[in-house]
Structures are given as structure tokens and as C-alpha cells.
Ligand binder design. Structure first.
Ligand code: DGI
Ligand code: FE
Ligand code: FE
Ligand code: FE
Length: 187
């Protein structure tokens, strides 16, 4: 998959604002990737395609995930989560992406998970801090990301968990485990 093809196929799936967010995630992910010895081309394709399923009908995503042994449990935790694992499947079946780093970073981009790879960390954090994001606390996470990517991810996960609790929404187990994993690793 080359970048221009990825941009073209994702554009058809997204609104104008979501496409703008996607370009922001691409820019931030490439910037963060400089601190790891990883493949920039894979980082870029993952960033471009990360919200591929964002506007798919919820029923279509539920139906797809119901049939996947490991992904079915996302369904119970809220519709907002489904585009991440669903997108990871659709880019394989509809766009022919096969690379495991690209697929797994998209799969986990919303929830995070313990023991994230560099690809997974870069996409997770880029999605949270890209320049078009304006939610409370994002500037502090951006500043922390300049010095320490894991510390920034802890802040992003903590903010998300607090936000979900304030809304009385269930927290996906891997989101909590990701937080615990990084906090304990840093002690
Ligand atoms: O798709 P984006 O808007 O770019 O961002 P995203 O993929 O990080 O999705 C954010 C949404 O996901 C937001 O509504 C909060 C929700 N979310 C994140 N982690 C969890 C979660 N929702 C639940 N129920 N549980 C989680 O652990
Ligand atoms: Fe997303
Ligand atoms: Fe996110
Ligand atoms: Fe996103």
C-alpha cells in the first residue's frame, strides 16, 4: 500500500474534519517515530488508515466483531471503541493491508493495551495529541510527550479513564491494564 493510495481510500470513508484529524495524526506520528528505530513508512500508513472504520454503521461493526473470537468482547464496552478493531479487519479485507505492526496499532489505537510496541505507542499518542485536538489537558500531554513518550501515554490514559468514569461508561480492561503497566514499569 502506498501513501497516496491510502490517503485516497481513507478520504472516501471520512468527513472533511476527520480527514483533517487524520493528516494531523500522520504528522504527529512521524514526529514521535523519530525517537524509535522503526519503519516510518509503516507508521505513516497506520496513521493514515487508523480511523478507516469511524463512520461505518455500528450494526455492521458489531456483526463483524461478533464473529471474531478475540474481538467480540469489545462490543459490550461501547460503540466508540468498535472502529478500532473493525478498522483493523477492514483494512485487511478491503484495502489488502497485511502488515502486523500496522494492523495491531490500528486495532489498539483507541483503548491502548499493556506492553505496547513502539508502533502501538506512537499511534495511540499521536491520535491523542495531534494539533487539531482541543480537549482539556491535551496541552500538558503534548508538553510531556516532548520529553517522555511513556509518561505522556500514562497521562492520556489517565485522562481518558477519568473522563469515562465521569460519564458512567465502562472502561475496557486493556485501557486500565495499559495504565497500570506503564505506571508500574516507571516506578
Ligand atoms: O477516533 P478518535 O475520535 O480519533 O479517537 P479514539 O479512537 O481514541 O476514540 C475516542 C473515543 O473512545 C472516546 O469517545 C472515548 C472512547 N474510549 C476510549 N477508551 C475507552 C473508550 N470508551 C470506553 N467505553 N472504554 C474505553 O476504555
Ligand atoms: Fe479512532
Ligand atoms: Fe485515542
Ligand atoms: Fe483518530
Amino acid at each position: 500500500m502506498d501513501k497516496s493510495k491510502a490517503l485516497q481510500i481513507v478520504k472516501e470513508q471520512l468527513t472533511e474534519n476527520r480527514y483533517k484529524h487524520t493528516l494531523g495524526v500522520r504528522e504527529t506520528a512521524l514526529y514521535l517515530a523519530k525517537r524509535f528505530n522503526i519503519d516510518y513508512n509503516k507508521v505513516e500508513i497506520a496513521a493514515i488508515l487508523h480511523d478507516y472504520a469511524k463512520y461505518r454503521p455500528v450494526e455492521e461493526m458489531r456483526e463483524l466483531l461478533r464473529g471474531k473470537e478475540e474481538a467480540a468482547r469489545f462490543i459490550a464496552y461501547g460503540d466508540e471503541l468498535l472502529h478500532a478493531p473493525a478498522g483493523a479487519y477492514f483494512i485487511q479485507t478491503e484495502a489488502g493491508v497485511a502488515d502486523g505492526d500496522i494492523v495491531s496499532s490500528i486495532y489498539w489505537h483507541t483503548t491502548g493495551k499493556p506492553n505496547m510496541t513502539a508502533y502501538e505507542k506512537v499511534l495511540f499518542l499521536a491520535d491523542y495529541i495531534e494539533p487539531n485536538r482541543t480537549f482539556p489537558g491535551v496541552e500538558e500531554v503534548r508538553e510531556t510527550a516532548e520529553k517522555d513518550i511513556d509518561a505522556a501515554i500514562v497521562m492520556a490514559l489517565g485522562n481518558t479513564i477519568q473522563f469515562l468514569i465521569s460519564k458512567n461508561v465502562p472502561v475496557f480492561p486493556e485501557t486500565l491494564a495499559a495504565y497500570n503497566d506503564l505506571v508500574m514499569e516507571r516506578k
